[in-house]
Design a protein around this ligand. Structure first.
Ligand SMILES: *Cc1c(COP(=O)(O)O)cnc(C)c1O
Length: 314
């Protein structure tokens, strides 16, 4: 373990797998379990710990530059890791119109953790996978030559491999689930989880567009050399797109949180739980099925703690 390995932060691994008694599931003979990845580490919760771990070990203390939207859980986790382990972080934020404005609570937390924030116009940001655009962004950020670049959402080969452990933990549970459900942004978590999990994996994309299946395939190809595991996506539960919500989704998340004494992360976890509950009510699972829902994160910091969010803010 090197000095910059987040294993030094004593993560709670394997994360707990807890039964959640919910009559919408029990009524149909289903068992709902919550895989509490949100408890892995208070500052690097959920899949962000799993996706960063191997990357930070690889970076070995070099400055880390990464990308995200104004409410990115990934930017916050990277900034916190930099503070806790003692390496420099640079966050490239989508949207140069944010540059002159006060920081929202999520970006304020990044800055307080020592992350240097650089605001990029949307066209350049979108093109960041192209070498010239990336070079322009690195220059704009004043990034040092030895910078370690982690892609948006943290999803690269090392991130996917880090998420394999999530599947292994579920396989190793005393009474392993038959199905696991996970919310998807870039699909990196699903790609790794499904590669190891011996049951069926269900992904719930929170972005609109129907592109995610191809991304997961590409990530599995890059990480493992080909397709792995039994997974599928249900694209019906994005509620209009990233960071979009509706009164119905808000009410669902509030109610689920009250029933299970759990603060529900709204960008991802709420949509996955909504989708899973809808599928249970549609009779999509045979009686006797044990279903694990991955709680991939915790609510964002700030006065509203994930309650009412600005709409469509990406
Ligand atoms: C980042 C994030 C996801 C999405 O993970 P991907 O690997 O990008 O699909 C899911 N849930 C939470 C809480 C997240 O912060």
């Amino acid at each position: 373990m090197n000095a910059f390995d987040p294993a030094r932060l004593r993560p709670r691994l394997p994360s707990p797998l807890e039964p959640a008694v919910d009559e919408r599931f029990t009524r149909r003979g289903l068992t709902l379990l919550l895989k509490r990845d949100d408890l892995i580490h208070p500052d690097l919760p959920g899949n962000k710990w799993r996706k960063l771990a191997l990357n930070l070990r690889e970076a070995g203390g070099r400055p880390v530059l990464t990308f995200g939207g104004a409410y990115s859980n990934h930017l916050r986790a990277t900034a916190a890791a930099g503070r806790l382990l003692g390496f420099a972080t640079i966050g490239v934020v989508r949207g140069d119109e944010l540059a002159g404005r006060p920081l929202n609570p999520s970006l304020a937390r990044c800055a307080a953790d020592g992350m240097r924030l650089v605001f990029a116009d949307r066209a350049t940001y979108r093109a960041k996978h192209r070498p010239e655009a990336l070079a322009r962004l690195l220059a704009l950020a004043g990034a040092p030559d030895d910078v370690y670049v982690v892609p948006e959402g943290g999803s690269n080969v090392l991130a996917v491999r880090g998420c394999v452990e999530l599947g292994r933990e579920l396989n190793g549970a005393e009474d392993p689930p038959d199905v696991v459900a996970v919310a998807c942004g870039t699909g990196g978590t699903l790609a790794g989880l499904a590669a190891a999990f011996e049951g069926r994996t269900l992904g719930v994309p929170v972005l609109r567009g129907g592109f995610l299946g191809r991304e997961v395939q590409a990530l599995q190809e890059a990480a493992f050399g080909g397709p792995r595991g039994d997974w599928r996506l249900d694209e019906r539960f994005h509620f209009g797109g990233y960071a979009r919500t509706t009164p119905e989704l808000d009410a669902f998340a509030q109610d689920f949180g009250t029933r299970h004494e759990l603060a529900i992360e709204r960008l991802y976890v709420a949509k996955m739980l909504y989708g899973l509950t809808a599928l249970a009510e549609e009779g999509a699972f045979a009686p006797g099925t044990r279903i694990a829902a991955v709680v991939t994160g915790a609510p964002e910091p700030g006065p509203d703690s994930g309650a009412g969010r600005p709409r469509g803010s990406g």
